[in-house]
Write a protein that binds this ligand. Sequence first.
Ligand SMILES: [Zn+2]
Length: 365
Amino acid sequence: MRKAFFLMSTLGVFLAACAAPTPPATPAPQTETSPLIVAPVVETLSPLLACPNPDCLVTIPGDETPQPLRFDLPTPGAQPVSAWRPPLYPVPWALAAYDHFYFTRPIAADEVNWPVANYRYGGVFFKDVTHTGVDIPAKAGTTVHAAGPGTVVWAGWGLFSGEPGNTGDAYGQAVAIRHDFGYNGQTLYTIYAHMRQVDVAYGEWVDTGDALGEVGDTGFTTGPHLHFEIRIGANAYYYTRNPELWIAPPQGWGVLAGRIMESSGETIKKASVLVRSLVTTQEWTVYTYGPEAVRPDDYYNENMALSDLPAGRYTVFVPFGEHTRKIELEIRPGQVTYFTFHGDGGFSLAPPMPPGMESIFTPVK
Ligand SMILES: [Zn+2]
């Protein structure tokens, strides 16, 4: 397990890149001994244009079409053929009132089917593009499966630019599915990008697990992988959520979500949070969301999430000022474990207030 984990972490250095104009600033591989690492300093350039309506697609300011930069990184070496994990919970899976593991994974369980560790949702390893999905480091030719039932509303080139047939598109060949079920009255979409082959057509209905095509490296990417997105309310760039809160965990494993704030309540961006298992001492580094583009969950309002954690006790370390603060918590199987850090106010494990209840508990001034 540890060997496979190390391989996955190493591969992440080569594979993590989607629609991004410059290479990563030496992402930190996860190691047993890695200290807390300050998030890489990232130049803030012009933000992506605001989305004028729910159906728009974005371009980078100054460019009619995004620049198709390819990085001259070496071809990734041998990938782990298999790394055993428990089978996934059946979907839809929701033990807790506000959890929504509605989707299965778009890569089969006999392949690496979990997100690259160092370029998660909200990650900003590139100068001005925040990652709006997760990258799954499957090898070229791996079958891409529908994460849930629905209708294909995009198939082929041009999803990012909104120009059908645009072979310079950042997402390469991609598929978008509008799902048969929604969430809180809003339409759900899933996106599958960088495919080398698309085997479905616009308007086609697909069931959970149906083959959509093959993993590839089309579009802006450093190597073959699947870029996977969840979109809510509109099939558009600014309507994503963190897929790690939507794809079913392996059985007996759980997900950590957190909201890391200054004392003022403002979220801390690009903070490096360390998560350490008290059972195995295995460590994960996860960065809080960067600015622009990404959105938190409607209920959790998180700015970090980390999936695929075996249930058990963990310590979470948060850098704050000159110091590192820590809290011990329990990852529960098949559920989201939630915490907040509120600057000098410290940690809390209290869940968010249920929607509509805030007025009952908020003192009237
Ligand atoms: Zn990606």
